[in-house]
Design a binder for this molecule. Structure first.
Ligand SMILES: C[S@@+](CC[C@H](N)C(=O)[O-])C[C@H]1O[C@@H](n2cnc3c(N)ncnc32)[C@H](O)[C@@H]1O
Length: 398
């Protein structure tokens, strides 16, 4: 450990955390050389040379991840015209890999739990193009607001809806309800989305409080919906209704992404922020056992489907894949959560990720799981696992 202390600008407490979690501190020795990544918005392939001219460096196309380019770590893209005009995204390649693992097909309806600020959500919408839908759920109002801004900037809002709530929220929306004749006359029908909400609605929102983080007692709040997201024309009762098991068959999602909160110890960018925040706060923000336990519970809860949002999502016959990327590299927050999920869901199995054949990363401690560690992958750290439902009719409803 002492050897690394010299090479790696990390405090002892963090090195001890890594050791306690069986993580090799050498993965952080790439801190200074890990590139930045951008993703090109579909349709803007021709502008890559303009971007290169603007940021004054050559962009390297990633062989293993479509539309992704790497650039030197010191290059800033936020001030570039291409970024401001919504032609490129700043998103880490490992996050892009997690989205590719969903193996999206045209028309898929995707549930993105813990969606904000929305880098993966935007990529999913780009890949779906003019089909399917994405439902993003997050517990943080301010992060969802950033997500909505991103949707608008990249013109991706048409088939998306965002809900402020806990990830165990059950959404029972039928994705494409059309031809709902007569509903237009009803007072409380969702009209085309507008940022200027009617006075009555604002009053109601004020009453329910404007906390940045919602609690379990907070009712689900629709933060944004697009014209073709399936919301327009519904009443609140229809949007939030509870379905019986039989009805669930016609609702639900094809794929679910659970990008739950974790300690972010895999993220170099996150760890580097402590240079500014002060290493002393690392202990409180990342390492405290109490917080780590909470996060473990959160992930386990979300992934093991004790909470019914994910449970219902898992049970809907349409669901094919549940995809879990975690920005931690500890076994407790990854493999242990996977094991717990499999134990609690006999109709779930870990599935091979087609795209992983070309990924520059290592296998996890459980077969078919993957670990992007910063040194091997030259990306931010990420753990990825994908579950598929074994389609046994009796098991679907247990
Ligand atoms: C790793 S970040 C998600 C990043 C996001 N998927 C993206 O690609 O930009 C984790 C998110 O989980 C949210 N979160 C934490 N606990 C939650 C819960 N119980 N229900 C819903 N969201 C939660 C946080 O607000 C945070 O935005």
């Amino acid at each position: 450990m002492e050897d690394y202390a010299a090479k790696v600008p990390l405090p002892d407490a963090f090195l001890q955390f890594l050791e306690a979690n069986g993580l090799d501190p050498s993965i952080y020795t790439a801190i200074d050389s890990t590139p930045r990544y951008i993703r090109l918005k579909p349709g803007f392939e021709a502008c890559i040379e303009d971007v290169e001219a603007e940021v004054k460096c050559k962009l390297d196309k990633l062989e293993w991840l479509p539309a992704f380019y790497s650039l030197p770590p010191h290059v800033q893209i936020a001030g570039s015209r291409a970024y401001r005009q919504g032609k490129i995204y700043g998103i880490d390649a490992a996050s892009g890999a997690a989205v590719m693992a969903l193996n999206l097909s045209p028309g898929d309806h995707v549930l993105d739990l813990c969606a904000a600020p929305g880098a993966k959500l935007c990529m999913i919408l780009d890949l779906l193009g003019d089909s399917g839908s994405v439902t993003g759920v997050d517990v943080a109002r301010h992060r969802l607001a950033a997500c909505r801004t991103m949707l608008q900037k990249y013109m991706l809002g048409d088939r998306c809806r965002l809900f402020l709530f806990l990830a165990d929220f059950i959404l029972t929306l039928n994705h494409y309800q059309t031809g709902k004749s007569g509903l237009e006359e009803r007072v409380d029908v969702f009209k085309e989305w507008t940022s200027r909400r009617p006075w009555k609605e604002r009053k109601r929102a004020n009453k329910s409080g404007t906390a940045q983080l919602v609690s379990r007692s907070h009712p689900p709040e629709l933060i944004y919906y697009g014209q073709h997201s399936g919301v327009v024309g519904l009443t609140k009762e229809e949007l939030f209704k509870t379905l019986s098991d039989n009805e669930i068959a016609n609702h639900g999602y094809d794929k679910v992404l659970v990008d739950a909160e974790c300690t972010h110890d895999g993220s170099i960018k996150h760890i580097q922020k402590f240079e500014h925040w002060g290493w002393r706060t690392l202990q409180h923000r990342v390492l405290d056992a109490e917080r780590t336990d909470d996060l473990h519970t959160l992930q386990a809860t979300e992934s093991s489907h004790q909470r019914f949002q994910t449970a219902k999502s898992w049970r809907v016959p349409r669901l094919q894949h549940l995809q879990v990327p975690f920005t931690s590299l500890t076994v407790a927050q990854n493999e242990k959560v996977v094991e717990q999920f499999l134990k609690g869901n006999r109709n779930a199995e870990l599935t091979e990720i087609d795209a992983s054949r070309n990924w520059p990363c290592k296998g996890g401690c459980i077969p078919k799981t993957w670990r992007f560690d910063p040194l091997t992958s030259q990306t931010s750290g990420l753990f990825v696992a994908k579950f598929t439902k074994i389609s046994s009719k009796e098991e679907d409803y247990h």
